[in-house]
Design a protein around this ligand. Structure first.
Ligand code: GAP
Length: 493
């Protein structure tokens, strides 16, 4: 297939996934009645269930499977000096450029990346690679004038005005700030945290002492983070308000590479265990390391718009704890009885976006299958979600609305609803109800028919194969429980 055709197909697929998310109650644009808010989204009834299941699975994988990992829930607001110490006030920024004619603002590196993608599409891969390399070097040297020259040399124009009438490039800090209390002065400025990790670092000693943790140990957290992203596109891939699931693993200095490799492999396996095919995942080592890291990589997933980061694994050295020690003047040391020494631990971080994981699982699950023959050929769309994270585990469906079938079905629903998230549905034909459950990824449809009244059996229809089997009502609980147990995933780790 020609490159352009393939790109169009991928683009169409992504559009379909976005439309599906909205139509079937997964993700809506925020405040849509006011035309939405850029890069901010709301989760609907099935979206929130799916997202909660993903977060719960991550939490269990971290805290239940590892007896040396415990959790916390730190506040979004933190003392403003935190962000001085972490380096975010001084260097958490993007290089931005404005077009004087359209008044539109862009990330300079993204304009160049888009140009490189265009070159590649035109079959100029070498030129594209050279351009990206050149950009990487200029970014590393913080050479903003050089970046502007590159944009002009490449003839990059604003997609809106079509002109190259650019301003100079400036750094733009990505942190949102707000005022605490009633007096608006700089001393009262607080930031909305741009990463959850710092809430873990400032609680390192609290947790170590109160939970009596011995190195090596980890602290896990799930929570909101905020970034004033300028390039807001690709749906929930890049949001201004999003959720992170981060784990900081504190280790003896010198042992960080061993743990870096351990967590890299563990986390990659986790994604595979969730059902993501090997060929759609890859590791990408960072060439340019952040100021705090001595090794870093991304776990990337093949989204319809290409391989992109889902999770970061970073060896952060002792940068954060040392810096907090310096700024707070409070010792951040650990006494290691095994080596009889005090030291500031090194840290290996695993950091994954809950929303990106959500998008990854949705893209991976979205399936269109041709069914039927001849004139009756049609597309069956369903979400092939792992049952462990599927929003609804089973739908209980009486075949008709009469003959006592609804009463029997409701009884089954009442008995199972304490164990699983279920749907009871009696409107429309059974076929339409199956289709509806396919579209939200429900792994099992339990149909209650006239035979049920005679022998207490029901049919279970399986989402992925549409095969049906007859089972007794008394076996239902076990059957569903086995399929949706997180153990199915944990066993593969
Ligand atoms: N504490 C390290 C850290 O925050 P990061 O690579 O900036 O590292 C980690 O972010 C993860 O958070 C990313 O891999 C991604 O999954 C998620 N993430 C970052 N920015 C995001 C955004 N604007 N929208 C959605 N998810 C984001």
């Amino acid at each position: 297939m020609a490159k352009k055709e393939k790109a169009n197909e991928e683009n169409n697929l992504f559009k379909k996934i976005i439309a599906h998310s909205k139509e079937y109650g997964f993700v809506y644009p925020s405040s849509e009645i006011y035309d939405g808010l850029g890069a901010v989204y709301d989760y609907g009834p099935y979206g929130v269930e799916l997202k909660n299941n993903i977060k719960r699975l991550w939490w269990q994988s971290m805290t239940q499977l590892n007896d040396n990992v415990v959790g916390i829930d730190a506040s979004i607001f933190m003392h403003p000096t935190t962000w001085k110490a972490s380096g975010h006030v001084d260097s958490f920024s993007d290089p931005l450029i404005d077009n004087k004619d359209s008044k539109k603002r862009y990330r300079a590196d993204v304009l160049i990346e888009d140009r490189a993608a265009q070159l590649e599409e035109e079959g100029e891969k070498e030129k594209a690679d050279a351009l990206l390399k050149n950009m990487g070097q200029l970014l590393e040297a913080d050479n903003l004038d050089g970046l502007l020259e590159l944009i002009l040399e490449e003839g990059i124009v604003c997609p809106v005005s079509g002109t190259a009438n650019w301003t100079e490039i400036r750094h733009f800090n990505l942190m949102f700030d707000t005022q605490v209390g009633s007096v608006a002065d700089e001393a009262n400025t607080l930031y909305l945290r741009p990463e959850t990790a710092q809430g873990i670092f400032v609680n390192f000693l609290n947790v170590q002492k109160t939970a009596r943790m011995k190195i090596p140990f980890g602290i896990a957290q799930v929570g909101k983070a905020f970034r004033n992203e300028i390039v807001a596109r690709q749906f929930i891939f890049r949001m201004r308000e999003f959720e992170q699931m981060e784990m900081q693993f504190f280790v003896r200095p010198g042992e960080e590479m061993k743990w870096y490799e351990h967590w890299r492999d563990t986390r990659l396996n986790w994604h595979k265990a969730l059902g993501i095919p090997d060929e759609n995942l890859k590791l990408h080592d960072h060439e340019k390391l952040a100021h705090y890291a001595n090794a870093a990589l991304d776990i990337e997933f093949k989204f319809p718009f290409g391989f992109k980061e889902v999770e970061g694994i970073h060896s952060r050295t002792d940068f954060d704890l040392s810096s907090h020690q310096e700024f707070s003047r409070k010792k951040q040391q650990y006494f290691d009885p095994e080596v009889n020494k005090n030291y500031i631990p090194y840290v290996v971080e695993t950091s994954v976006g809950a929303d990106r994981l959500f998008l990854m699982t949705l893209c991976n699950a979205f399936t269109e299958e041709e069914v039927g023959e001849g004139d009756k050929k049609k597309l069956r769309t369903f979400l092939k979600l792992n049952p462990v994270i599927a929003p609804v585990k089973a739908a209980i469906l009486p075949l008709t609305k009469k003959d006592g079938l609804p009463e029997k079905a409701r009884k089954i629903y009442q008995e199972l609803k304490y164990d699983f998230n279920l749907i009871y549905e009696e409107q429309q034909s059974i076929g339409k109800r199956y289709t509806r459950q396919d579209l939200i990824g429900t792994p099992f449809c339990v149909a209650v028919d006239h035979q049920t009244l005679e022998d207490d059996t029901v049919t279970i229809r399986h989402r992925d194969t549409t095969n049906q089997e007859r089972v007794s009502i008394s076996a239902l609980r076990d059957k569903i429980a086995t399929a949706v147990s997180p153990k199915n995933i944990f066993d593969k780790l």
